[in-house]
Ligand binder design. Structure first.
Ligand SMILES: Nc1ncnc2c1ncn2[C@@H]1O[C@H](COP(=O)(O)OP(=O)(O)O)[C@@H](O)[C@H]1O
Ligand SMILES: [Mg+2]
Length: 233
């Protein structure tokens, strides 16, 4: 059995009389420690897939298994624990608490965890040892995203889920963030999923899923993923 398995997962949103098939029979396997790229145009179902994996939404039908647990059968309490202990989420717009410093933002997240990593150590890991006492408004976009990654990592999660993590960043800064995510996966043997609409990023993933209209239209396994430094777009 794979670390993550989806079997014929459907997600249907009802809006008034309309049914939107956001995921239309998705099946996939992901192994522990892989960097996974999920690519596709806007509306393809990428965020829906990530939100299901993160326990922020529930499947309409199908099976979702993470580390041997049937997440698709969890009740509300089990989902809360799952989000709390097993999932680190990184968003496009960082979502930091504005009146807390970098280290306070990280510590706030680790307070509710079972086996958190040391907040200071993780902030050092993401290259922010000089910025730990700064507030988000005193940091650049790239630095704020590093705090957000540190906050997610410090929970010591099973999955690090990143929804367009470089969507608000310039080219060079975005590349540095992707490099950090690639290195982080290696260092902690952490499973990292990255959503992007930039197909040029596909070679950096161990595994790549291309999505269209709620379906996976192409799956690639890269024996030797490319170092992000070597990818230009
Ligand atoms: N909560 C929701 N209610 C209704 N429709 C939704 C909801 N979330 C997503 N959708 C729809 O599902 C489809 C897939 O959306 P999404 O997963 O956000 O795509 P992507 O992240 O690839 O841009 C879109 O048509 C979107 O409008
Ligand atoms: Mg999206």
């Amino acid at each position: 059995m794979s670390y993550i398995e989806l079997r014929d997962v459907h997600k249907i949103y009802r809006v008034g009389e309309m049914e939107i098939h956001a995921l239309d029979g998705v099946s996939l396997n992901i192994e522990k420690g892989e960097v996974v790229i999920i690519a596709g145009a806007s509306g393809a179902g990428k965020s829906t897939l990530l939100n299901l994996l993160g326990g922020m939404d529930t499947v309409t039908r199908g099976d979702l298994i993470v580390d041997g647990k049937h997440v698709s059968q969890f009740n509300e309490n089990e989902l809360t624990d799952y989000r709390r202990f097993d999932i680190g989420f990184v968003f496009q717009f960082y979502n930091l608490v504005q009146n807390l410093t970098s280290i306070e933002n990280v510590e706030l997240a680790t307070e509710i965890c079972e086996n958190p990593l040391d907040s200071l150590e993780v902030l050092k890991r993401v290259g922010l040892e000089d910025r730990i006492e700064n507030f988000p408004s005193q940091l650049s976009g790239g630095e704020q995203q590093r705090v957000a990654i540190a906050r997610a990592l410090a929970k010591n999660p099973k999955l690090l889920l990143c929804d367009e993590p470089t969507g608000a960043l310039d080219y060079v800064t975005g590349k540095q963030i992707l490099k950090l995510l690639q290195e982080t996966s290696k260092l902690y043997h952490m499973t990292v999923l990255i959503i992007t609409h930039n197909l040029a990023l596909c070679p950096m993933g161990d595994r790549v899923f291309r999505m269209k209209s709620g379906k996976i239209v192409e799956e690639t396994y890269n024996e030797a993923p490319m170092d992000i430094d070597l990818i230009e777009w």
